[in-house]
Design a protein around this ligand. Structure first.
Ligand code: BEZ
Length: 211
């Protein structure tokens, strides 16, 4: 059975470019972005890992650890990381898992046999500090992911974990949010002192509470 939102992310031990890790130990009290790459020495993956490394400060600011996976082995990983650093102008300092036996890829449902039965697709999981799967996105091998979108959804997940709000379409950090339907209109004032506006009884906006 494949993973679903709200499930506990399976723990694993992995060989990585930074040594052997236990996933839960690596995650500690941080959020984690765990994302798969179809293969080493591939162009789209090269740009994706470069983009991720370039956003290091953004991930650190959000208390997020990054963990990449490819089904190739450690020797390949080492040479490829050098290429990524050289061509993308970065220093990759997060682990790249060598999942040669595909144990982790299978546990996380990263292999979609009707797309490829040997390579992973571009799966991305956001896992909260309590090790729950909070978000999953899946792209095909031919389409690189949007890492600004990854940061945006992390902002939404972290905000909505803390306040009784939801984030509307295309929301970005700092913009108004939606008051959760669990909050009665008569209770909004007390909960959201910055004010609110009612568009419909079920559509109520308030300024982002922690800004
Ligand atoms: C790439 O990363 O460029 C890629 C990987 C597998 C298939 C197609 C493209």
């Amino acid at each position: 059975m494949s993973l679903r939102l709200g499930d506990t992310a399976p723990n694993f031990t992995a060989q990585t470019s930074l040594g052997v890790i236990d996933f839960y130990d690596y995650a500690g009290d941080s959020w984690v972005v765990l994302f798969s790459h179809p293969a080493d020495y591939t162009p789209v993956c090269t740009t994706e890992l470069g983009a991720t490394a370039a956003l290091k400060e953004e991930f650190v600011k959000r208390n997020v650890k990054v963990l990449a996976l490819s089904v190739d082995g450690l020797v390949k990983h080492e040479g490829w990381i050098q290429d990524i650093n050289e061509t993308q102008g970065v220093e990759i300092d997060f682990p790249l898992i060598a999942d040669e036996n595909k144990e982790i890829s299978n546990a996380y449902g990263m292999i979609h046999p009707n797309a490829s039965d040997t390579l992973t697709v571009r799966s991305l999981f956001i896992i909260s500090p309590d090790k729950k799967v909070k978000l999953m996105i899946t792209y095909p091998a031919s389409t690189g992911r949007n890492f600004q979108e990854v940061l945006r959804v992390i902002d939404s997940l972290q905000l909505t974990a803390k306040y009784s709000v939801a984030t509307p379409a295309d929301w970005k950090e700092g913009e108004d949010v939606v008051v959760a339907n669990s909050i009665k209109t008569e209770d909004i004032d007390a909960k959201f002192p910055k004010g609110y506006r009612i568009v419909k009884p079920y559509l109520r906006f308030t300024p982002q509470p922690d800004k």
